[in-house]
Design a protein around this ligand. Structure first.
Ligand code: S3P
Length: 447
């Protein structure tokens, strides 16, 4: 029996019978981070309900408190007393970003307009991830950084004279876009960001809700353009965080590939720029239907998702999908592994810069389980096979999504799959193991 919120590091996933029941995925991680941070930048008291209580988000709470923000958790509602656009104070300790790239990257732009010093650190994985993508534009805006090779640990010194910039980002990244927008809140004038494909737009929806002067959903020569004009005070807000589609994706794929399954996943955020996974699974022949669709007060759509087992076929996904399901490729690759025919996943360069090198983790993990996989430059080609041998140990390199993906594959493999590094799952989905076992999976502790 695995207790809720108590994930052991080594787990084995055994063949599962049909999955049945109803589950509620954890609250959205991206929106939880932003709700806390944007409430800190507002004036007044905001209330956030259904906040994700995971390691990554709790590190955001700690970081904001160290920067002088008052945050109280009362009866599972987080109350945040904002300090205003440039009211952060110099922390007397390191800002420990743990495993979270979102925390590190979006907080830099947010505090860049306050005249303070701070040192950011992270765990081994985060300390090897690129920060130049945010340091470069933020330096142009007048914020000072000191680091070795543009990685953590780093020192940031904020400025009271933030310059508006026009920045064309070489990658579609919501973290890059968000940090520039947050720095732009303090700029004298209008900051414009152009990204190749639109990445998730939660920041835009929320900034508008908090009262920022922001324009988005505009296309110029096929690219996504967002602009924000600085100097406008954000107002405190009350909001509820929707369920996380990136976490729900594990149950959706599990029910799709385990014969006889039929489950309902409640309250899932289905923002267009996050829901590429639903489209991809539908193209593969999955039986997924949406029920009770609503749009919340900050323009995020939500629905219940019903999914039933179905025989999948391979699919070709071009790079236009990648920004809309960047975190779902590991679990989609599991679906592709048991589909009939070939799946081509294109334009996956960004997967090399996640919590681990997910590009290689997908390939090496699947190959060790007996699946034929090839890669060409930034594309992965998976030759699906309904007979997955399994019987292997996979070290997820402390990457939560790799861990959860191979646990799901274990449920349809001939022999169990053991995964090492499962404590990482607590960064996004602390109740994953107990909830998946409750609907019929067979995940056991193996030390
Ligand atoms: C996130 C954006 C994505 C995603 C990450 C969360 C966010 O990263 O992979 O898990 O909340 O902004 P990039 O912005 O680097 O694509």
């Amino acid at each position: 029996m695995i207790k809720k919120n108590n994930i052991k590091n080594n787990l084995s996933s055994f063949k599962a019978k049909d999955l049945t029941g109803i589950i509620t995925p954890p609250p959205d991680k991206s929106i939880s981070h932003r709700a806390l941070l944007f409430s800190s930048l507002a004036l007044g008291k905001s209330a956030i309900s259904n906040m994700l209580d995971s390691a990554d988000v709790l590190n955001m709470v700690k970081a904001l408190k160290a920067l002088g923000v008052k945050i109280i958790n009362k009866n599972n509602v987080y109350y945040v007393i904002g300090v205003g656009l440039n009211g952060f104070s110099t922390p007397n300790q390191y800002i420990d970003c743990g495993n979270s790239g979102t925390l590190a990257r979006i907080l830099l732009g947010a505090i860049g307009g306050s005249k303070i010093f701070a040192t950011f650190s992270g765990d081994t994985s985060l300390s090897s991830r690129p920060m130049d993508r945010v340091i470069k534009p933020l330096k142009k805006m007048g914020i000072y950084f000191d680091s070795i090779n543009n990685k953590l640990p780093l020192i940031i010194k904020g400025s009271s004279d933030i310059l508006p910039i026009k920045y064309t980002s070489p990658i579609s990244s919501a973290q890059v876009k968000t940090t520039i927008l947050l720095a732009g809140l303090n700029a004298r004038g209008t900051t414009e960001i152009i990204e190749p494909y639109s990445s998730r737009n939660h920041s835009e929806n929320l900034l508008k809700y908090y009262g920022a002067d922001i324009k988005y959903n505009t296309k110029k020569l096929g690219k996504n353009v967002i602009s924000i004009t600085g100097g406008v005070t954000l107002k405190s807000r009350n909001l509820t965080v929707p369920g996380d589609i990136s976490s729900a994706a594990f149950a959706l794929v599990a029910a799709t590939i385990i014969p006889g399954s039929s489950i309902k996943v409640l309250n899932v955020g289905i923002n267009y720029f996050r829901s590429g996974i639903l489209e991809a699974l539908n193209l593969m022949g999955a039986r997924i239907t949406l029920e009770n669709k609503v749009i919340n007060n900050y323009e995020e759509p939500l629905a219940n998702i019903v999914v039933k087992y179905s025989k999948l076929k391979g699919v070709n996904l071009d790079s236009s999908f990648s920004a809309r399901m960047i975190d779902e490729y590991p679990i989609l690759a599991i679906a592709a592994a048991v589909a009939s025919g070939t799946t081509r996943l294109c334009g996956l360069a960004e997967l090399r810069h996640k919590e681990s090198d997910r590009f290689m983790a997908i390939i090496n993990g699947l190959v060790s389980c007996g699946i034929k996989v090839e890669y060409k430059k930034d594309d992965i080609i998976i030759y699906g096979n309904r007979e997955v041998s399994g019987g292997v140990t996979i070290d997820c390199n402390f990457d939560h999504r790799i861990a959860m993906s191979f646990i799901i594959l274990g449920a349809v493999s001939l022999k169990p799959i053991k995964v090492i590094g499962c404590k990482s799952i607590a960064t996004s989905y602390p109740t994953f193991i107990s909830e998946m076992n409750e609907i019929g999976m067979d995940i056991r502790i193996k030390d």
